[in-house]
Design a protein around this ligand. Sequence first.
Ligand SMILES: *Cc1c(COP(=O)(O)O)cnc(C)c1O
Length: 457
Amino acid sequence: MNTIIEPFRIKMVEPLRLTTPAERDAILRAAHFNPFLIPADDVLIDLLTDSGTSAMSAEQWAGMLRGDESYAGAKSWFRFETVMKEITGLPHVLPTHQGRASERILFELLGGPGKVIPNNNHFDTTRANCEHSGAAAVDLVIDEGKQPQSRHPFKGNMDVAKLERLIDEVGADRVPLVMLTVTNNSGGGQPVSLENVRAVRGVCDRHGIPFFLDACRFAENAYLIKLREPGQSGRSVADIVKELFSLADGATISAKKDGLVNIGGVLLMRDEHLAARANNLLILTEGFVTYGGLAGRDLEAMAQGFREVLDEHYLEYRLRSVAYLGEGLIRHGVRIVEPPGGHAIYVDAAEFCDHLTPDDFPGQALLCALYRHAGIRAVEIGSVMFGRIDKATGKAVHPPMQLVRLAVPRRVYTQSHMDYVIEAIGEVRANRQAIRGLRIVEAPEVLRHFTAKFAEA
Ligand SMILES: *Cc1c(COP(=O)(O)O)cnc(C)c1O
């Protein structure tokens, strides 16, 4: 059989609310042309993020009822800790309320003024937490990772020569850790190869620098390794995942992605002393070491979710349904970041809106067009998210790509939902010259994409 089906059936449904174009126009204006400010009930297909938007399984919901809410040493904690150790082999497991809490603790311990922290591409919260500590966040993805049309199978890889050069330039003592984001969310959801992880590990070993994974999508990355990396097709995903983590000194994870839950995170560490210091910070701001800001039932749902995500039938369906969306858009002439990544399709908004310049925020303008036309919500990954004003010159500095990310929530939408999205974007494309640029009216200094207000130019 060639048909890859959704490997689940649906037993609880949430109705979707249809709106008229006139209603959507008014909603968009009220939200200051920022989809983050649109109430979810006014969205038809929500591709804003795959984070925390998964549908949980019957077994996860059963776990929610079993949750042990003891303050210290709850059964749910031990179940969660056991699963995380089993999957990753890392000995110290710290529960956090989400990924950025893990990042904040890690960078408070290892970051600080004068430090330089390389990554393939820092995710937005990772960069913000790194910089908040006073450290500089440096992106060292391979050149192919910045070219939307390159079909390199592992566009999330780090440029190892650039890493060597950076360490030589600033000195190993100023590099407190090296990170790799798997899959590379800000760089198009592109995977990192095992070979690259080993190479980065090698560099870290030579200089005595700890190596951490930002492992939010470790299972999707491992499945893409199985599909694309020579010599890996015969291995189980669980085995590849084990090797990935065996190469790291620790990991920050948001369980809201491959953990298949709506809230939760993890900080994993190999070093006992560092873990002890991290536990002190955890107690200070998250919660006691056996719950870390979560309810016992959340720990149950995570324990089950991290197991389920390694199911290869699920991963086959997951990766295939994202690729299906990408292929449909390509048929309409839309340029996307190729090959399709693990959790999302990234549309090249600079090409889509080639009548606009980066100063017009083409990605944000495209988001608004998609919402107006079809009630679809997506997110901009371009000059709104990563652009900034140079303090010295007062000029806008733009990132290399203007992307619109269509993130696919896990186990939530069916193939016909994706068909609707493909058709709608094809229609927007047919009339793309009508898309108007935007200007920022009001924006905070950090993470401005969440709350910035815009007006049509
Ligand atoms: C989501 C995400 C984070 C942050 O996790 P939160 O749970 O949203 O705090 C960090 N890194 C990557 C790559 C992510 O995708």
